[in-house]
Design a binder for this molecule. Sequence first.
Ligand SMILES: Cc1cc2nc3c(=O)[nH]c(=O)nc-3n(C[C@H](O)[C@H](O)[C@H](O)COP(=O)(O)OP(=O)(O)OC[C@H]3O[C@@H](n4cnc5c(N)ncnc54)[C@H](O)[C@@H]3O)c2cc1C
Length: 305
Amino acid sequence: MLRAALISLSASKSLRSFAEKTWAGQRLSRRFVAGTEIADALQAARAMNQLGLSVSVDNLGENVTNIAEARHSAQLYHQMLDQMSAQSLGANVSLKLTHMGLDVDENAAYEITAQVVEHASRINNFVRVDMEGSAYTQRTLDFVRQLHSRPDFACHVGAVVQSYLRRSEEDIKQLIAERIRVRLCKGAYKEPPDIAFEKKADVDASYVKLTKMLLKSGVYHGIATHDENMIRATIDFARAEKVAPEEFEFQMLYGVRRDLQQKLIKDGWRCRVYIPFGTEWYPYLMRRLAERPANAIFILKNLFR
Ligand SMILES: Cc1cc2nc3c(=O)[nH]c(=O)nc-3n(C[C@H](O)[C@H](O)[C@H](O)COP(=O)(O)OP(=O)(O)OC[C@H]3O[C@@H](n4cnc5c(N)ncnc54)[C@H](O)[C@@H]3O)c2cc1C
């Protein structure tokens, strides 16, 4: 119930505008968000790189309401790609299509996103297109496929699949057939039971099944989870099937299970940390609290330290 309430609150415009403007809100967000400026994100990226972790940086924001905002957001991605390259960081970028204007003008959003991927391709970097709520699943996958079909973009753009969606096995089959790089996660939105598994056991069983399909595909994928059972199942399968540590990576969120991130690196596995930054952190933070409501108590305690 608490999870559902927190996910619903993530869509509240009034709470969002209040939280993003207040000092307390900004301090709360720091547990999971690197800061508000590109420099903050790059500083966090450098710190992660020094620990042996690679990163993917996300300029927070979603559902822009005009194309000027989308272009502004894309501009930050261009700056980030240049700075990552100049500073030789082990870093790529993640973006959301509704942040690139998908809800406003699909053609403009395609052109804006394609320019970011073109930039990444030019400097041999990579753009991960995050997955949003189910209203966007098909459009997002179509978008990624269209981008990936351009020969110069093929190694430089990838998709995300959520194991809680019943359709995901078919999506994974298609993405593997097209050799598109996938980040597999459980899924962070509130979805109806006719399209998404409700029970954790079913979401987890789907996650393990899809992980095995990905690991056997010969394409470099990201296994994004903090769930130790999922991680153990992945490692056991990789060892049994002789999938080398260089053939895939684990991925985790900034500020979540730092101990586990370090352990994976120490044990010889690859791990990438997803680093969000920006002023529009409210929906992101609320989804993180929904995943683990105990986080709300933890960060409230820290606020008053
Ligand atoms: C790199 C990355 C990228 C992602 N991209 C997307 C995306 O594009 N679209 C999307 O819908 N979702 C995305 N997610 C979120 C994902 O879908 C899940 O909501 C989130 O990762 C929690 O699921 P879990 O696999 O960690 O397992 P869970 O079963 O939720 O959690 C397992 C254990 O992990 C720990 N844990 C999990 N979450 C937290 C947290 N917030 N704080 C503290 N501990 C925690 C707890 O110990 C928990 O018991 C992403 C996640 C990661 C790691």
